[in-house]
Design a protein around this ligand. Structure first.
Ligand code: SF4
Ligand code: SF4
Length: 508
Protein backbone atom coordinates (compact mmCIF):
# COMPACT_ATOMS: atom_id res chain seq x y z
CA UNK A 1 0.00 0.00 0.00
CA UNK A 2 1.39 3.42 -0.88
CA UNK A 3 1.93 6.13 1.71
CA UNK A 4 -0.78 8.19 0.00
CA UNK A 5 -3.39 5.38 0.34
CA UNK A 6 -2.33 4.80 3.94
CA UNK A 7 -2.88 8.46 4.75
CA UNK A 8 -6.26 8.47 2.95
CA UNK A 9 -7.53 5.45 4.92
CA UNK A 10 -6.31 6.90 8.22
CA UNK A 11 -7.91 10.27 7.43
CA UNK A 12 -11.21 8.61 6.50
CA UNK A 13 -11.23 6.67 9.76
CA UNK A 14 -10.43 9.83 11.73
CA UNK A 15 -13.24 11.69 9.99
CA UNK A 16 -15.73 8.90 10.80
CA UNK A 17 -14.83 9.08 14.48
CA UNK A 18 -14.95 12.85 14.37
CA UNK A 19 -18.50 12.73 12.98
CA UNK A 20 -19.59 10.17 15.59
CA UNK A 21 -18.02 12.11 18.46
CA UNK A 22 -19.45 15.41 17.27
CA UNK A 23 -22.95 13.95 16.86
CA UNK A 24 -22.84 12.28 20.28
CA UNK A 25 -21.70 15.52 21.92
CA UNK A 26 -24.49 17.43 20.17
CA UNK A 27 -27.05 14.86 21.37
CA UNK A 28 -25.83 15.15 24.98
CA UNK A 29 -25.99 18.92 24.78
CA UNK A 30 -29.55 18.80 23.44
CA UNK A 31 -30.52 16.54 26.35
CA UNK A 32 -29.00 19.01 28.83
CA UNK A 33 -31.06 21.73 27.12
CA UNK A 34 -34.31 19.73 27.29
CA UNK A 35 -33.83 18.87 30.98
CA UNK A 36 -32.12 22.17 31.83
CA UNK A 37 -29.19 20.41 33.50
CA UNK A 38 -26.28 22.28 35.13
CA UNK A 39 -23.82 23.72 34.13
CA UNK A 40 -25.11 24.69 30.70
CA UNK A 41 -27.90 27.09 30.02
CA UNK A 42 -30.49 25.75 27.52
CA UNK A 43 -29.68 28.62 25.15
CA UNK A 44 -25.98 27.84 25.20
CA UNK A 45 -26.47 24.08 24.87
CA UNK A 46 -28.88 24.39 21.94
CA UNK A 47 -26.59 26.77 20.08
CA UNK A 48 -23.54 24.59 20.59
CA UNK A 49 -25.48 21.46 19.57
CA UNK A 50 -26.74 23.09 16.35
CA UNK A 51 -23.25 24.19 15.42
CA UNK A 52 -21.82 20.74 16.10
CA UNK A 53 -24.57 19.04 14.08
CA UNK A 54 -23.97 21.39 11.14
CA UNK A 55 -20.26 20.56 11.28
CA UNK A 56 -20.96 16.82 11.50
CA UNK A 57 -23.33 16.89 8.49
CA UNK A 58 -20.82 18.88 6.43
CA UNK A 59 -17.96 16.50 7.21
CA UNK A 60 -20.09 13.41 6.59
CA UNK A 61 -21.49 14.62 3.25
CA UNK A 62 -18.00 15.55 2.09
CA UNK A 63 -16.52 12.27 3.30
CA UNK A 64 -19.16 10.13 1.59
CA UNK A 65 -18.71 11.88 -1.72
CA UNK A 66 -15.02 10.97 -1.52
CA UNK A 67 -14.19 14.58 -2.48
CA UNK A 68 -14.32 13.54 -6.13
CA UNK A 69 -16.63 16.30 -7.27
CA UNK A 70 -14.60 19.03 -5.62
CA UNK A 71 -15.88 21.67 -8.01
CA UNK A 72 -19.47 21.04 -6.90
CA UNK A 73 -18.33 21.12 -3.29
CA UNK A 74 -16.48 24.33 -3.96
CA UNK A 75 -19.60 25.95 -5.40
CA UNK A 76 -21.86 24.93 -2.52
CA UNK A 77 -19.22 25.83 0.03
CA UNK A 78 -18.77 29.21 -1.65
CA UNK A 79 -22.50 29.86 -1.43
CA UNK A 80 -22.55 28.90 2.25
CA UNK A 81 -19.59 31.23 2.91
CA UNK A 82 -21.38 34.03 1.05
CA UNK A 83 -24.47 33.37 3.15
CA UNK A 84 -22.26 33.55 6.26
CA UNK A 85 -20.85 36.95 5.26
CA UNK A 86 -24.36 38.25 4.56
CA UNK A 87 -25.66 36.78 7.83
CA UNK A 88 -22.79 38.40 9.76
CA UNK A 89 -23.55 41.79 8.23
CA UNK A 90 -27.26 41.36 9.04
CA UNK A 91 -26.34 40.39 12.61
CA UNK A 92 -24.15 43.50 12.93
CA UNK A 93 -27.07 45.65 11.76
CA UNK A 94 -28.98 44.43 14.82
CA UNK A 95 -31.73 42.66 12.85
CA UNK A 96 -32.52 39.28 14.34
CA UNK A 97 -31.52 40.03 17.92
CA UNK A 98 -34.70 38.25 18.98
CA UNK A 99 -33.28 35.01 17.50
CA UNK A 100 -29.62 35.04 18.51
CA UNK A 101 -28.92 31.35 17.89
CA UNK A 102 -30.37 31.15 14.35
CA UNK A 103 -28.58 34.44 13.61
CA UNK A 104 -25.31 32.96 14.85
CA UNK A 105 -25.92 29.95 12.60
CA UNK A 106 -26.65 32.18 9.61
CA UNK A 107 -23.69 34.48 10.32
CA UNK A 108 -20.51 33.30 12.01
CA UNK A 109 -21.65 29.65 11.97
CA UNK A 110 -22.26 29.55 8.20
CA UNK A 111 -19.05 31.51 7.61
CA UNK A 112 -17.03 29.03 9.65
CA UNK A 113 -18.58 25.89 8.17
CA UNK A 114 -18.62 27.29 4.60
CA UNK A 115 -14.99 28.39 4.60
CA UNK A 116 -13.86 25.11 6.20
CA UNK A 117 -15.77 23.20 3.54
CA UNK A 118 -14.28 25.36 0.78
CA UNK A 119 -10.76 24.75 2.06
CA UNK A 120 -11.31 21.01 2.33
CA UNK A 121 -12.85 20.86 -1.14
CA UNK A 122 -9.98 22.74 -2.65
CA UNK A 123 -6.94 21.34 -0.90
CA UNK A 124 -7.89 17.73 -0.13
CA UNK A 125 -8.25 16.95 -3.81
CA UNK A 126 -4.86 18.34 -4.78
CA UNK A 127 -1.70 16.25 -4.56
CA UNK A 128 0.82 16.83 -1.78
CA UNK A 129 3.79 19.04 -2.52
CA UNK A 130 4.67 22.52 -3.66
CA UNK A 131 1.89 24.27 -5.57
CA UNK A 132 1.57 28.03 -5.71
CA UNK A 133 -2.23 27.81 -6.11
CA UNK A 134 -2.21 31.02 -8.14
CA UNK A 135 -1.32 33.24 -5.18
CA UNK A 136 0.72 35.55 -7.40
CA UNK A 137 -2.12 36.13 -9.85
CA UNK A 138 -5.23 35.93 -7.68
CA UNK A 139 -6.50 39.51 -7.16
CA UNK A 140 -7.54 38.71 -3.56
CA UNK A 141 -3.99 37.76 -2.71
CA UNK A 142 -2.06 40.13 -4.89
CA UNK A 143 -3.34 43.62 -4.15
CA UNK A 144 -6.13 43.46 -6.71
CA UNK A 145 -9.52 45.13 -6.20
CA UNK A 146 -10.75 42.16 -4.13
CA UNK A 147 -7.62 42.33 -1.98
CA UNK A 148 -8.14 46.02 -1.32
CA UNK A 149 -11.77 45.45 -0.39
CA UNK A 150 -10.77 42.68 1.98
CA UNK A 151 -8.06 44.85 3.55
CA UNK A 152 -10.51 47.72 4.05
CA UNK A 153 -13.09 45.34 5.57
CA UNK A 154 -10.54 43.84 7.97
CA UNK A 155 -9.16 47.23 8.96
CA UNK A 156 -12.71 48.54 9.41
CA UNK A 157 -13.56 45.59 11.67
CA UNK A 158 -10.58 46.39 13.89
CA UNK A 159 -11.49 50.08 14.04
CA UNK A 160 -14.99 49.12 15.19
CA UNK A 161 -13.70 46.63 17.77
CA UNK A 162 -11.30 49.14 19.34
CA UNK A 163 -13.16 52.42 19.08
CA UNK A 164 -16.83 51.84 18.26
CA UNK A 165 -17.67 48.49 19.88
CA UNK A 166 -21.34 49.45 20.29
CA UNK A 167 -21.65 49.28 16.48
CA UNK A 168 -20.96 45.54 16.76
CA UNK A 169 -23.49 44.91 19.49
CA UNK A 170 -25.82 42.97 17.19
CA UNK A 171 -23.05 40.51 16.38
CA UNK A 172 -21.95 40.32 20.02
CA UNK A 173 -25.47 39.27 21.07
CA UNK A 174 -25.35 36.29 18.70
CA UNK A 175 -22.39 34.96 20.69
CA UNK A 176 -24.13 35.25 24.07
CA UNK A 177 -25.03 31.58 24.16
CA UNK A 178 -21.39 30.54 23.88
CA UNK A 179 -20.26 33.10 26.43
CA UNK A 180 -22.87 31.82 28.89
CA UNK A 181 -21.68 28.28 28.27
CA UNK A 182 -17.99 29.06 28.70
CA UNK A 183 -17.85 32.02 31.08
CA UNK A 184 -21.21 32.06 32.84
CA UNK A 185 -21.97 35.57 31.69
CA UNK A 186 -23.20 37.49 28.63
CA UNK A 187 -20.72 38.20 25.84
CA UNK A 188 -18.91 41.50 25.43
CA UNK A 189 -17.16 42.72 22.29
CA UNK A 190 -13.80 41.28 23.43
CA UNK A 191 -15.31 37.82 23.75
CA UNK A 192 -16.80 38.11 20.26
CA UNK A 193 -13.46 39.31 18.90
CA UNK A 194 -11.59 36.51 20.61
CA UNK A 195 -14.06 33.97 19.18
CA UNK A 196 -13.71 35.36 15.65
CA UNK A 197 -9.90 35.38 15.99
CA UNK A 198 -9.84 31.79 17.24
CA UNK A 199 -12.20 30.58 14.51
CA UNK A 200 -10.02 32.27 11.87
CA UNK A 201 -6.88 30.57 13.22
CA UNK A 202 -8.61 27.18 13.39
CA UNK A 203 -10.24 27.35 9.93
CA UNK A 204 -7.19 28.69 8.14
CA UNK A 205 -5.09 26.30 10.19
CA UNK A 206 -6.83 23.53 8.22
CA UNK A 207 -5.76 25.30 5.04
CA UNK A 208 -2.16 25.57 6.23
CA UNK A 209 -2.20 21.90 7.22
CA UNK A 210 -3.29 20.77 3.78
CA UNK A 211 -1.15 23.22 1.89
CA UNK A 212 2.07 22.12 3.57
CA UNK A 213 1.07 18.60 4.53
CA UNK A 214 4.06 17.16 2.69
CA UNK A 215 6.32 18.47 5.48
CA UNK A 216 6.12 17.09 9.02
CA UNK A 217 7.57 20.27 10.54
CA UNK A 218 4.69 22.28 9.07
CA UNK A 219 2.05 19.79 10.23
CA UNK A 220 3.34 19.90 13.80
CA UNK A 221 3.79 23.66 13.77
CA UNK A 222 0.25 24.20 12.51
CA UNK A 223 -1.15 21.86 15.17
CA UNK A 224 0.83 23.76 17.80
CA UNK A 225 -0.39 27.27 16.89
CA UNK A 226 -4.01 26.14 16.57
CA UNK A 227 -3.84 24.25 19.88
CA UNK A 228 -2.27 27.19 21.73
CA UNK A 229 -4.80 29.65 20.32
CA UNK A 230 -7.86 27.47 20.99
CA UNK A 231 -6.89 26.12 24.41
CA UNK A 232 -4.49 28.61 26.01
CA UNK A 233 -5.78 31.81 24.45
CA UNK A 234 -9.52 31.11 24.28
CA UNK A 235 -10.86 28.18 26.32
CA UNK A 236 -8.62 28.51 29.40
CA UNK A 237 -9.10 32.29 29.88
CA UNK A 238 -12.87 31.75 29.52
CA UNK A 239 -12.85 29.01 32.16
CA UNK A 240 -10.88 31.30 34.48
CA UNK A 241 -13.60 33.92 34.08
CA UNK A 242 -16.26 31.25 34.78
CA UNK A 243 -14.57 30.65 38.14
CA UNK A 244 -14.26 34.39 38.88
CA UNK A 245 -10.51 34.48 38.23
CA UNK A 246 -8.46 36.95 36.12
CA UNK A 247 -8.74 36.44 32.36
CA UNK A 248 -5.09 35.48 32.06
CA UNK A 249 -3.33 34.32 28.87
CA UNK A 250 -0.61 31.80 29.62
CA UNK A 251 0.83 32.06 26.10
CA UNK A 252 1.69 35.78 26.26
CA UNK A 253 4.53 37.28 28.30
CA UNK A 254 6.28 40.60 28.87
CA UNK A 255 7.31 42.52 26.77
CA UNK A 256 4.65 41.40 24.25
CA UNK A 257 1.97 41.48 26.95
CA UNK A 258 3.57 44.40 28.73
CA UNK A 259 0.90 44.90 31.37
CA UNK A 260 1.64 41.52 32.95
CA UNK A 261 4.78 42.98 34.56
CA UNK A 262 3.67 46.56 34.99
CA UNK A 263 2.78 47.86 38.45
CA UNK A 264 -0.58 49.37 39.35
CA UNK A 265 -4.21 48.64 38.51
CA UNK A 266 -3.57 48.72 34.77
CA UNK A 267 -0.78 46.14 35.23
CA UNK A 268 -0.35 43.36 37.78
CA UNK A 269 -2.83 44.96 40.17
CA UNK A 270 -5.94 43.55 38.53
CA UNK A 271 -4.40 40.06 38.41
CA UNK A 272 -3.58 40.08 42.11
CA UNK A 273 -6.74 41.89 43.23
CA UNK A 274 -9.04 38.96 44.07
CA UNK A 275 -7.11 35.91 43.01
CA UNK A 276 -4.67 35.20 45.86
CA UNK A 277 -2.25 32.38 45.16
CA UNK A 278 -3.46 31.82 41.61
CA UNK A 279 -2.68 35.46 40.85
CA UNK A 280 0.81 35.04 42.32
CA UNK A 281 1.27 31.93 40.19
CA UNK A 282 0.24 33.87 37.07
CA UNK A 283 2.69 36.67 37.78
CA UNK A 284 5.42 34.13 38.58
CA UNK A 285 4.64 32.21 35.40
CA UNK A 286 4.92 35.38 33.31
CA UNK A 287 8.20 36.42 34.96
CA UNK A 288 9.78 32.97 34.60
CA UNK A 289 8.71 32.71 30.97
CA UNK A 290 10.07 36.19 30.20
CA UNK A 291 13.40 36.01 31.99
CA UNK A 292 14.30 32.31 32.30
CA UNK A 293 12.47 30.10 29.80
CA UNK A 294 12.67 32.55 26.89
CA UNK A 295 16.48 32.91 26.83
CA UNK A 296 17.00 29.18 27.30
CA UNK A 297 14.55 28.12 24.59
CA UNK A 298 15.84 30.78 22.21
CA UNK A 299 19.39 29.63 22.76
CA UNK A 300 18.47 26.08 21.77
CA UNK A 301 15.82 26.67 19.09
CA UNK A 302 16.02 30.29 17.96
CA UNK A 303 13.01 32.60 18.08
CA UNK A 304 10.90 30.08 16.21
CA UNK A 305 9.86 28.30 19.43
CA UNK A 306 7.73 31.35 20.22
CA UNK A 307 7.10 33.30 16.99
CA UNK A 308 6.09 30.31 14.88
CA UNK A 309 4.87 27.78 17.45
CA UNK A 310 3.21 29.64 20.33
CA UNK A 311 2.42 33.31 19.78
CA UNK A 312 -1.17 34.24 18.88
CA UNK A 313 -0.01 37.00 16.49
CA UNK A 314 2.21 34.46 14.76
CA UNK A 315 -0.67 31.97 14.73
CA UNK A 316 -2.85 34.41 12.80
CA UNK A 317 0.02 35.26 10.44
CA UNK A 318 0.78 31.60 9.72
CA UNK A 319 -2.84 30.59 9.13
CA UNK A 320 -5.13 33.35 7.88
CA UNK A 321 -2.14 35.38 6.73
CA UNK A 322 -0.48 32.59 4.78
CA UNK A 323 -1.94 33.61 1.37
CA UNK A 324 -0.34 37.05 1.82
CA UNK A 325 3.19 36.13 2.86
CA UNK A 326 4.63 36.96 -0.57
CA UNK A 327 3.51 40.61 -0.17
CA UNK A 328 6.17 41.32 2.48
CA UNK A 329 8.30 44.37 1.55
CA UNK A 330 11.78 43.21 0.50
CA UNK A 331 13.72 46.36 -0.32
CA UNK A 332 16.86 47.38 1.57
CA UNK A 333 15.00 50.47 2.75
CA UNK A 334 12.28 48.32 4.33
CA UNK A 335 14.92 46.23 6.09
CA UNK A 336 16.61 49.36 7.49
CA UNK A 337 13.25 50.74 8.58
CA UNK A 338 12.47 47.41 10.24
CA UNK A 339 15.66 47.49 12.30
CA UNK A 340 15.05 51.02 13.53
CA UNK A 341 11.41 50.49 14.31
CA UNK A 342 11.54 47.15 16.07
CA UNK A 343 14.51 48.04 18.24
CA UNK A 344 12.96 51.43 18.91
CA UNK A 345 9.82 49.63 20.06
CA UNK A 346 11.87 47.46 22.41
CA UNK A 347 13.61 50.52 23.83
CA UNK A 348 10.27 52.24 24.42
CA UNK A 349 8.80 49.26 26.29
CA UNK A 350 11.91 48.83 28.47
CA UNK A 351 11.97 52.54 29.33
CA UNK A 352 8.20 52.59 29.91
CA UNK A 353 8.43 49.59 32.25
CA UNK A 354 11.35 51.14 34.15
CA UNK A 355 9.58 54.52 34.45
CA UNK A 356 6.40 52.91 35.76
CA UNK A 357 8.28 50.85 38.34
CA UNK A 358 10.35 53.84 39.53
CA UNK A 359 7.16 55.86 39.70
CA UNK A 360 5.52 53.11 41.73
CA UNK A 361 8.55 52.72 44.06
CA UNK A 362 8.69 56.48 44.67
CA UNK A 363 4.93 56.60 45.23
CA UNK A 364 4.19 58.68 42.16
CA UNK A 365 7.19 61.08 42.33
CA UNK A 366 7.84 60.80 38.57
CA UNK A 367 4.43 60.70 36.96
CA UNK A 368 2.07 61.52 39.79
CA UNK A 369 -1.47 60.61 38.91
CA UNK A 370 -0.54 60.51 35.23
CA UNK A 371 0.81 56.95 35.39
CA UNK A 372 -2.58 55.46 34.44
CA UNK A 373 -2.92 57.80 31.46
CA UNK A 374 0.67 57.00 30.47
CA UNK A 375 -0.05 53.26 30.48
CA UNK A 376 -3.30 53.71 28.60
CA UNK A 377 -1.68 55.88 25.92
CA UNK A 378 1.00 53.28 25.42
CA UNK A 379 -1.62 50.52 25.14
CA UNK A 380 -3.62 52.60 22.67
CA UNK A 381 -0.67 53.32 20.37
CA UNK A 382 0.99 49.91 20.46
CA UNK A 383 -1.81 47.49 21.33
CA UNK A 384 -4.72 48.96 19.42
CA UNK A 385 -3.30 50.86 16.45
CA UNK A 386 -0.08 49.00 15.80
CA UNK A 387 -0.70 45.35 16.72
CA UNK A 388 -4.40 45.30 15.87
CA UNK A 389 -5.54 47.67 13.15
CA UNK A 390 -2.30 47.73 11.13
CA UNK A 391 -0.88 44.39 12.27
CA UNK A 392 -3.77 42.31 10.97
CA UNK A 393 -5.93 44.68 8.93
CA UNK A 394 -3.05 45.39 6.53
CA UNK A 395 -2.34 41.74 5.60
CA UNK A 396 -3.67 42.18 2.05
CA UNK A 397 -1.49 45.28 1.57
CA UNK A 398 1.83 44.61 3.30
CA UNK A 399 1.94 40.88 4.02
CA UNK A 400 1.47 38.91 7.20
CA UNK A 401 4.12 39.85 9.70
CA UNK A 402 3.89 43.64 9.77
CA UNK A 403 3.57 43.82 13.55
CA UNK A 404 6.21 41.09 14.04
CA UNK A 405 8.65 42.85 11.71
CA UNK A 406 8.20 46.47 12.63
CA UNK A 407 6.61 46.65 16.07
CA UNK A 408 6.83 43.60 18.33
CA UNK A 409 9.24 44.15 21.27
CA UNK A 410 9.25 40.40 21.99
CA UNK A 411 10.43 39.69 18.43
CA UNK A 412 13.17 42.30 18.93
CA UNK A 413 14.55 40.59 22.06
CA UNK A 414 14.28 37.13 20.57
CA UNK A 415 15.89 38.35 17.34
CA UNK A 416 18.89 39.90 19.10
CA UNK A 417 19.48 36.68 20.97
CA UNK A 418 18.94 34.58 17.85
CA UNK A 419 21.50 36.62 15.96
CA UNK A 420 24.22 36.63 18.61
CA UNK A 421 23.57 33.84 21.10
CA UNK A 422 21.70 30.85 19.71
CA UNK A 423 22.28 27.50 18.04
CA UNK A 424 19.65 28.07 15.36
CA UNK A 425 20.54 28.58 11.70
CA UNK A 426 19.24 27.63 8.27
CA UNK A 427 21.88 25.70 6.39
CA UNK A 428 21.98 25.85 2.60
CA UNK A 429 23.24 23.33 0.10
CA UNK A 430 24.28 25.87 -2.51
CA UNK A 431 25.23 23.34 -5.17
CA UNK A 432 21.61 22.20 -5.48
CA UNK A 433 20.03 25.65 -5.83
CA UNK A 434 18.42 26.35 -9.21
CA UNK A 435 17.70 30.00 -8.36
CA UNK A 436 13.94 29.60 -8.81
CA UNK A 437 13.35 32.19 -6.06
CA UNK A 438 10.47 30.34 -4.38
CA UNK A 439 12.15 30.70 -0.99
CA UNK A 440 12.57 34.46 -1.23
CA UNK A 441 9.06 34.92 -2.61
CA UNK A 442 7.52 33.03 0.30
CA UNK A 443 9.60 34.50 3.11
CA UNK A 444 7.12 36.49 5.17
CA UNK A 445 9.96 38.45 6.80
CA UNK A 446 11.21 39.77 3.47
CA UNK A 447 14.56 37.94 3.70
CA UNK A 448 16.26 37.25 0.38
CA UNK A 449 16.78 33.57 1.14
CA UNK A 450 17.96 32.79 -2.37
CA UNK A 451 20.92 35.15 -1.94
CA UNK A 452 22.22 32.91 0.85
CA UNK A 453 21.28 29.69 -0.94
CA UNK A 454 23.19 30.61 -4.06
CA UNK A 455 26.34 31.10 -1.98
CA UNK A 456 25.84 28.06 0.20
CA UNK A 457 25.93 30.38 3.23
CA UNK A 458 24.10 29.75 6.51
CA UNK A 459 21.16 32.04 7.19
CA UNK A 460 21.53 33.64 10.63
CA UNK A 461 19.17 36.60 10.68
CA UNK A 462 17.55 38.29 13.66
CA UNK A 463 14.25 38.65 11.83
CA UNK A 464 13.87 35.01 10.71
CA UNK A 465 10.92 33.53 12.62
CA UNK A 466 11.86 29.98 11.67
CA UNK A 467 8.52 29.29 9.99
CA UNK A 468 10.37 26.92 7.65
CA UNK A 469 8.20 27.77 4.66
CA UNK A 470 11.26 28.69 2.58
CA UNK A 471 12.47 25.14 3.12
CA UNK A 472 9.03 23.61 2.50
CA UNK A 473 8.54 25.33 -0.87
CA UNK A 474 12.08 24.70 -2.13
CA UNK A 475 11.83 22.15 -4.95
CA UNK A 476 15.47 21.08 -4.47
CA UNK A 477 15.71 20.51 -0.73
CA UNK A 478 18.39 23.17 -0.41
CA UNK A 479 17.37 24.64 2.95
CA UNK A 480 17.41 22.99 6.35
CA UNK A 481 16.47 24.46 9.73
CA UNK A 482 19.03 23.27 12.28
CA UNK A 483 20.02 23.73 15.90
CA UNK A 484 23.70 22.88 15.70
CA UNK A 485 26.62 24.02 17.87
CA UNK A 486 26.84 27.79 18.26
CA UNK A 487 30.47 27.84 17.09
CA UNK A 488 30.94 28.55 13.40
CA UNK A 489 27.21 28.89 12.72
CA UNK A 490 27.64 32.16 10.87
CA UNK A 491 29.54 30.20 8.22
CA UNK A 492 31.17 31.61 5.12
CA UNK A 493 30.00 31.28 1.54
CA UNK A 494 31.25 28.08 -0.07
CA UNK A 495 31.08 29.59 -3.52
CA UNK A 496 34.11 31.51 -4.77
CA UNK A 497 33.33 35.17 -5.49
CA UNK A 498 34.79 36.66 -8.67
CA UNK A 499 36.74 39.25 -6.65
CA UNK A 500 38.59 36.38 -4.94
CA UNK A 501 39.98 35.00 -8.21
CA UNK A 502 43.24 36.52 -9.43
CA UNK A 503 44.29 34.62 -12.55
CA UNK A 504 47.07 37.08 -13.42
CA UNK A 505 48.96 36.85 -10.14
CA UNK A 506 52.65 36.27 -10.66
CA UNK A 507 52.69 37.88 -14.13
CA UNK A 508 53.25 41.51 -13.17
S1 SF4 B 1 17.03 27.59 -2.35
FE1 SF4 B 1 15.46 26.30 -3.35
S2 SF4 B 1 13.68 27.66 -3.49
FE2 SF4 B 1 15.44 28.99 -3.09
S3 SF4 B 1 16.13 29.65 -5.12
FE3 SF4 B 1 17.34 27.82 -4.57
S4 SF4 B 1 16.19 26.09 -5.46
FE4 SF4 B 1 14.76 27.84 -5.44
S1 SF4 C 1 14.02 32.70 6.15
FE1 SF4 C 1 12.62 30.94 5.94
S2 SF4 C 1 12.23 30.26 8.03
FE2 SF4 C 1 13.04 32.35 8.16
S3 SF4 C 1 11.23 33.67 8.17
FE3 SF4 C 1 11.89 33.49 6.03
S4 SF4 C 1 10.64 31.79 5.22
FE4 SF4 C 1 10.52 31.65 7.46
Amino acid sequence: MTRHTDTAVATDLTLRWLVRGTTATAAILLLTAVFDIWPFKPLASTGTAMLLLAAAVTIEVSRRSGWRSHRIHHRWAGMLTGLGILGTLIAISGVGQAWPIPMFGLGLGALTVGSTWMILARYRSTPEGVDNHGVMTNPTMNRGAAGWMLGILMTGFYVLVYWYPSALDGLVRTTDWLSWAMRGRAADHWFMYSLVYTLAVAVFGIRAWYRYRHVKYQRLRTLSVVFVQVILAFVLPSILVLFQQPEFYFSYFWPLKWTYLWPGDYGMGWILADSGRLGMFMIGWGAIMSFVATPILTYYYGKRWYCSWVCGCGAMAETMGDPYRHLAPRSTASWQLERWMIHGSLLVIVVATAVLWINSATEGAMLGSLSGAFAQTYGFLFGSIWAGVIGVGFYPFLGTRIWCRYGCPMAAILGLQQRFFSRFRITTNGGQCISCGNCSAYCEMGIDVRWYAQRGQNIVRASCVGCGICSSVCPRGVLKLENGPADGRLGRPVLVEWEDVDILSGYD
